[in-house]
Design a protein around this ligand. Sequence first.
Ligand code: BTN
Length: 265
Amino acid sequence: MTDAIDWTRAADPGRRIGHCVEYHAEIGSTNDRARIALDEPGGEGLAIVAELQTAGRGRRGRTWHSPSGRNLTLSVGIRPRLQASAAGLLGAATALAVRNACRPEAALAIKWPNDLVDSDGRKVAGLLLETALVEEQLAHVVIGLGINVNWRRGQMPAEISAGATSLADLAGRDIDRIALLGRLLGALDDEIAALERGESPVERYGGASWLDGRCVVVALGEREVEGVALGIGQAGELLLQTNDGQLALAVGEVVRVRLAMASPA
Ligand code: BTN
């Protein structure tokens, strides 16, 4: 199903993020196009939307799969007025924007660092932030978002449906993708402006965390650490209680999760 829908209806010329929408029926990766657009007039904040990516990528070198006509697949390039040290907070602000935009359809939680999941931990959306630094400043950031909107679990390959779901599955009906995109661009615009004003998203981000109290294994490159997730630190780090003490992880990937064992009475 590739409906010829008018994505440009989600644009708002009064906004920095999503002032215009550029639509592609097929593209390699929307992140690559958003990066190139940053060097073109009006390229900052231009939302690049694609029905199908032939080289869509996820975090840690994974491929991002999303069939045409079902989901939201988009990227936006910005030149944020932020220090390099705020990169983690930008991910947190973006995750909150996705959560807020999806709220009318489903209550999502955030699985550190920036997956959006349902109450069972099934993934609904993923973010890929690609940054360029100049000295201590974030020169530009490409924010890539993939959201499972109307791709029902029953249509997903088994290896994806094992750990994923969609907004339509959670809401029990199909979702208007243009309205969702409009809300998402507005929420991103608000969150990033707040971050640039110096308002930290950490309290709200921590409050939305799905991992708290769960026993997790986090991959740090070749190494893995195990512990109980305690919460989120001031720079967006995962606070982990391990057998050797408390850790604050700025980067990493949660590779396994289980409920922490209650101590025997
Ligand atoms: C992840 O969870 O691993 C991140 C997935 C990010 C996927 C999006 S889809 C739009 C944008 N273009 C890409 O190539 N990737 C991101």
